[in-house]
Ligand binder design. Structure first.
Ligand code: FAD
Ligand code: MLT
Ligand code: ZN
Length: 450
């Protein structure tokens, strides 16, 4: 690590914000499957320091890895070797909530949890929510177009964005934070940067819309005899109620692992498949939710909770899936979408697709059923990573699905992007990248397998 580089970066961010030792938390990803040596880590304080870093990187020919909370699950947030990690953790500005427009502007380094608290303090709600809320940042959630548990009602992160400030790979600043709901003035750069995974530029601030808080919230955990009946019940609920915030599918193997790993227990007897549903409205939805579930074919049992602590206990069974699976060692993670009418068949058959290639592997399937988004986590596929990945992603595409629902492509799936995108589409994406990151310094190896 040359003294000149430290000196040049220190001139931009100050010596306390150029880190050269103790970099493990920046160099290893959350699953501990991806890691690499960083040249160093820099922690800019604001957009102009970020712009100075990008311009410097262009001058000296150093690649940059933007990083928020480092909770990404596709290997895109950690160095591959020799890059400078640009941590946005210090960009934690939170603007006033605009009650009239129900919007707020926050720095990229603000966590999802803190944004939730900011919205709640104004009697509103930020719609995107997921298990990593305590560490994942707003900037990272824009970069990955994060989904989470409320997509069925409120959409992905992209649907929450009303303005972005960012530094492009050219070193230039774009800032469009007025928050006008109708602003058809050319290409939508915010939407382009959303989901770009740090390959086009660095998001430094985001203006998001907030939604009205629905006071009456009810959560149900229902056990079913088969995946098919659980999926049918989910579809019937979403047809009958427009108050469904979340509809998550879990299987017996995952719930059993969580119970053992975390010491929690399901309030209903073991079932082949579980549906975790949450509804919110101004009036109590317990009765409508109970009536629909209790008349659902294949239902074994159902627990309905309205108190926050009871609802939290049900959500722990779901939220603890990812950490519990990781206790078995870094899994192969496939965050995929299949058409809803193929969902039950896919969930029931993907375990066999894996075991045909890696007989000793254990496959856990769970996820956001209402979005058709399943998380296929494979543990113990010793030395068969590529074969398992090829088999699972091809099985997804054969169902007409997507190889990435909400986590992005990262480095994990870059070699399989062609399964979902044509050569023309990939060519267009590369042309956009060449325009906004002409020196290719922004997160090389992510999204495009170079
Ligand atoms: P990082 O991991 O730091 O970075 C992620 C990517 O974004 C990288 O490519 C990085 O280079 C880029 N990036 C980060 N910040 C910026 C920035 N400011 N500008 C430009 N590029 C940037 N994700 C979901 O969508 N839904 C879920 O339900 C979900 N559940 C999860 C549960 C657990 C327990 C964990 C550990 C993760 C989960 N995730 C989920 C994945 C992860 O939390 C999201 O992808 C999240 O958006 C990453 O945010 P981050 O700040 O940690 O980003
Ligand atoms: C979640 O929804 O818990 C994560 O996106 C799933 C995963 O860790 O694979
Ligand atoms: Zn998820």
């Amino acid at each position: 690590m040359s003294a000149a580089i430290v000196e040049q970066l220190t001139a931009i961010v100050g010596s306390a914000n150029v880190l050269t030792t103790g970099l493990d938390r920046y160099e290893v990803d959350w699953t501990r499957r991806y890691s690499g040596r960083a040249l160093c880590v820099v922690r800019p304080a604001n957009t102009s320091e970020v712009a100075a870093i990008v311009s410097w990187a262009r001058r000296v020919g150093v690649a940059l890895v933007p990083q928020g909370g480092n909770t990404g699950l596709v290997g895109g947030s950690v160095p591959r070797g020799g890059e400078v990690v640009v941590s946005l953790e210090r960009l934690r500005h939170i603007g006033p909530v605009d009650a009239l427009s129900r919007q707020v502007t926050v720095g990229a380094g603000v966590t999802i949890h803190d944004l939730h608290e900011t919205a709640r303090s104004a009697g509103l709600r930020y719609a995107v929510d997921f298990g990593a809320r305590g560490s994942a940042t707003v900037g990272g959630s824009v970069a990955t177009n994060a989904g989470g548990i409320n997509v069925v009602r409120y959409g992905m992160t992209r649907q929450q964005i009303v303005g972005v400030e960012a530094v492009l790979g050219t070193g230039e600043i774009v800032s469009h934070l007025q928050g006008l709901l109708k602003d058809n003035t050319g290409f939508d750069l915010a939407s382009l940067l959303c989901g770009s995974e740090g390959t086009l530029g660095i998001v430094t601030a985001v203006r998001v819309r907030l939604v009205t808080e629905q006071p009456a919230r009810v959560t149900a955990l229902a056990g079913f005899d088969r995946v098919e009946t659980a999926v049918e019940a989910m579809a019937s609920l979403c047809r009958s109620l427009d108050t469904v915030d979340a509809a998550e599918l879990m299987l017996d193997s995952g719930v059993e692992l969580v119970e053992a790993a975390v010491g929690v227990s399901s309030p209903i007897p073991r079932a082949a498949a579980y549906l975790l549903v949450e509804c919110s409205a101004h009036d109590d939805q317990s009765e409508s939710l109970g009536t629909i579930l209790e008349s659902a074919p294949g239902l074994n049992d159902v627990a309905i909770s309205v108190t926050p602590s009871q609802r939290d206990a049900l959500w722990r069974l779901r939220d603890e899936h990812t950490p519990s699976i990781n206790t078995l060692g870094p899994p192969l993670k496939y965050d995929v979408t299949v058409p809803i009418d193929r969902l039950a068949g896919f969930v029931s058959s993907i375990g066999r697709v894996v075991s045909d290639v890696a007989p000793s592997a254990r496959t856990f399937v769970f996820g956001h059923a209402a979005d058709g988004n399943m998380h296929v986590n494979v543990s113990g596929a010793v030395d068969r990573d590529d074969e398992v990945t090829e088999a699972v992603l091809r099985a997804v595409v054969a169902e007409g699905g997507s190889i990435s629902a909400e986590h992005g492509i990262g480095v994990a799936k870059a070699r399989w992007l062609h399964l979902n995108r044509s050569a023309v589409e990939i060519g267009a994406m590369r042309a956009i990248k060449a325009a906004l990151d002409p020196d290719g310094i922004m997160n090389p190896g992510v999204l495009f397998a170079d």
